[in-house]
Design a protein around this ligand. Structure first.
Ligand code: GLN
Length: 309
């Protein structure tokens, strides 16, 4: 008899666990350097509304760049396709915080999932609102999607990144020099640092991302959260750009759209099937969790989940 979903989640965690602690934690953000690398969690939320978990799936962690998927969804709702005038949708083949392309391409970031692109997206998401209102919308969105009002921003992590944010400041000033920011640099960055400091567990993250596996709908009520077309497009951008210069390797191994964060979290989407969140703090050179991507690879293979079916 085929393994049940819970058995496959447990088996994927057990298979990846020996890799726990491999790689390096993101010590360029001092608050993240303190995280115990020997943790691993996995959660699979299926379209029928069930969430299967294993390991440290209820421990909150800093979702960092995984937040870029949610700000992209909200900014597209707010500005519609006009957003694409400030940011492209091609893989960069460079590190998440690289500045090289930004100069040669006149301050228009390659895609919304590298840092420069995400800062531009957050800038547009703010629009004519205050940072507080914008962040409240984002937190509210995640709470509603995950059906969990305990989701918060870790302000210590946000401040830690703001202090150590020279690289992101450079990217933002560069875009400002090309008139590709509508807000003052520190306003756009203040919101960006806070979105990156959102603290979610694997269970919360998988539930929050589930609408992306359901054609943009709420799996329980059927309400359309974002349009089907936009949902497909966000998944396409995650597939091609979600892991920076590691995106090809992730597609090759896991076969699903995904987004990594330097807190060690990864959100992967299996359209029509479910959302998977894996977390373990040790990262490879591209900032993707080593044990987390191993858990995803094992699970996707066992469950037969791939967009290349
Ligand atoms: N907050 C991080 C940064 O801007 C996000 C990077 C990431 O998770 N890849 O450097």
């Amino acid at each position: 008899m085929a393994d049940t979903m819970s058995e496959m989640v447990d088996a994927a965690l057990a298979a990846a666990k020996p890799r726990c602690g491999e790689g390096t934690v993101a010590d360029y953000i001092p608050a993240l350097a303190k995280v115990d690398p020997n943790q691993i969690g996995l959660a699979v939320a299926t379209t029928d509304g069930v969430c299967h978990t294993a390991g440290d799936a209820d421990t909150p962690f800093s979702i960092q760049s995984v937040s870029k998927v949610f700000t992209l969804a909200l900014a597209l709702e707010r500005t519609s396709d006009a957003l694409w005038s400030c940011v492209g949708r091609e893989p960069s083949g460079t590190a998440f915080n690289s500045i090289v392309q930004l100069e040669s391409e006149n301050g228009r970031p390659r895609n919304p999932l590298i840092n420069a692109g995400a800062i531009a997206v957050t800038d547009r998401l703010i629009g004519d609102r205050s940072t507080e209102e914008t962040i409240a919308e984002l937190v509210g969105f995640l709470r509603e999607r995950a059906v969990d009002d305990t989701i918060e921003i870790d302000e210590e992590v946000a401040q830690s990144e703001a202090k150590a944010g020279a690289r992101n400041r450079s990217l933002a000033h560069f875009m400002a020099a090309f008139d590709n920011l509508t807000q003052p640099v520190e306003t756009a960055l203040g919101a960006y640092f806070r979105q990156c400091a959102l603290s979610l567990s694997c269970r919360q993250l998988a539930q929050a991302g589930l609408f992306l596996a359901c054609n943009g709908r709420d799996p329980k009520t059927g309400a359309q959260i974002i349009s089907e077309e936009r949902c497909r497009r966000i998944n396409a951008v995650m597939m091609t750009c979600g892991h920076y210069d590691n995106s090809g390797e992730f597609a090759f191994r896991v076969g699903l759209p995904g987004k990594s964060g330097v807190g060690g979290g990864i959100l992967a989407i299996a359209p029509g099937r479910g959302a998977i969140a894996a977390w373990s703090p040790g990262l490879n050179k591209a900032g993707t969790s080593l044990a987390g991507s191993a858990a995803l690879e094992h699970f996707a293979k066992a469950a037969g989940w791939s967009v290349f079916d």
